[in-house]
Every structure is written in C-alpha cells, then in structure tokens.
Design a protein. Structure first.
Length: 271
C-alpha cells in the first residue's frame, strides 16, 4: 500500500540505516525529508504538516512544538493478550514493586522508553536502584522464554505492510520475509492471529510494530509491540514501513478518533 502524505519527514540528528531507507522512500513519493541538526524543533517547520522518525527522547524534545500526534501501544498491551499467544506470564508493575518481589530470574524491561537495558535479571535487587530510577517507573516483568528466531512486522489498520527477520538465538541476523516460504507463511499466519485477538482484548493503534518469535520449544509467541516511529526496520520493505511510520507520527490535527487513546504524552519544553 502506498499513500502520498504532503509535508515533511523529520529525522533525528543521528540518522540510522532505517532512517536513510525511509528518507529515500519518502523522496520517491515526493515527500520532503529533513535531518534535524539539533534537539530543537526547526523553526521553519513549525506550522507545517510534519511526520517524525527518531527515538523517544528526540520525539519528546520536538513533538509538542511541531504539533505531532505520536502513537504508541498501551504500556500493558502484552499483559492483556491470551497466554496462548504470549506463552509466558507477563505483569505490568512498578520498578519499586519489582525490586521487592522478584525472588527468581525474570525478564524485565521498560514498556516503551529505553530507561535501562531489557534483559533477564536474577532477582529484584539486581534491578536499577532508586539512585538510578524512581520507584514509580513502569516496567514489564515476564517469565523467561528463549526465542530461537524473532521477526518484526510493521502493521497498518490491522494489516502487515512490511516484515523482517531480525534475530536468531539472540544474535542480530536480518533477512526479508516473503517469496511464499513456509517460514514466512507461518509468521504472517501467527501475526494475523495476534492482531485478531488484539482487536478483541488489547487494541493497538492503527499504526504500530509487532514483534513475534519462535520459542526454543517450537511455539509461536508474541515478543512485544512498539511505536513504529522509533523502531528499526531491519530488512523490511522501506515503502511499507514508511506508510506505517507516517501514520504513527504525524500532525495531531489529522488523528483519527480511534487513535487518540494511544497518544504519547509529550512534555512541555522549557527554553
């Protein structure tokens, strides 16, 4: 699916490989692309229809002034999916509670922003302390599951627009999906199952990234969901990924009513 969206695609100052690919794809459809030179909103773009691709810190720094509506999945999205799709117990809690209650290894991560590394912690006292992060910091705590392969799907209006393998046994390994291969068919079939269940019990914004994987036990399972405007594309088709990114981070004035519950809360920027 290819749509033309007038305006500007603003990239964070440090452009990633995905950023370069999206900029090229934007140019092919006549969308201007601009790389920011600082962590301030470019004055000449204020009032223009701007779309963004970059990390959460950059989005927070420029989003309010540029009038952006940034979509992201609910922090507790994973916890509301059926166990048959997650293959593990997942809870949404605070860092203070996790510090107190974790007595055995668990995978702990911030739901969205990368406030500390997402990894397996042996117990609660191994988590970042109050000198590093406040106790009310939200976290997802999960039973430990080993994934042999992990895949990224860019989703728009409940459809997969672009996809990529990104990890094998915990190591970065990228490859596009497609060509009717059995693995590709299974990934897409499971993702459709996840999206159907999500629509019933754990809605996603109209544009998002969903990661799924094949566990060491041979079961398909959901890994997580993230904001498309801050997610790497790996080997995903840049054209399809761009469609999802444009919807996920564009003018707030163009937001669909159904997407309003998924708006990222942007801080006031003080000069």
């Amino acid at each position: 699916m290819t749509t033309t969206s007038p305006g500007v695609l603003l990239l964070a100052p440090r452009v990633t490989e995905t950023g370069h690919q999206l900029r090229t794809a934007a140019g092919r459809r006549g969308l201007r692309a601009r790389t920011a030179t600082s962590w301030r909103a470019p004055r000449e773009l204020v009032g223009e229809p701007v779309h963004l691709y970059g990390g959460p810190l950059f989005a927070d720094a420029v989003g309010r002034e540029l009038g952006l509506g940034l979509l992201e999945p609910a922090a507790d999205w994973l916890t509301r999916l059926p166990l048959a799709l997650t293959r593990r117990q997942v809870s949404f809690t605070t860092l203070a509670r996790a510090r107190r209650r974790l007595k055995r290894p668990a995978f702990v991560k911030p739901p969205a922003d990368k406030l500390f590394p997402a990894r397996v912690h042996p117990h609660g006292s191994a988590l970042p302390g109050p000198d590093v992060l406040p106790g009310d910091t939200p976290v997802l705590v999960s039973e430990v599951v080993r994934f042999g392969e992990e895949f990224r799907l860019f989703v728009l209006d409940g459809r997969v627009e672009a996809s990529s393998l990104y990890s094998v046994n915990g190591d970065l390994r990228v490859a596009p999906l497609g060509g009717g291969k059995r693995e590709s068919r299974e990934v897409l079939a499971f993702t459709r199952e996840v999206l159907a269940a999500s629509a019933e019990c754990a809605p996603l914004p109209s544009a998002a990234v969903v990661d799924v994987g094949l566990t060491d036990e041979g079961h398909w399972a959901v890994v997580e969901a993230n904001a498309a405007w801050a997610s790497g594309g790996y080997a995903a088709d840049p054209e399809g990924a761009l469609d999802v990114v444009l919807r996920s981070a564009g003018p707030a004035s163009r937001l669909r009513p159904a997407d309003r519950p998924f708006l990222r809360e942007l801080p006031e920027v003080v000069d």
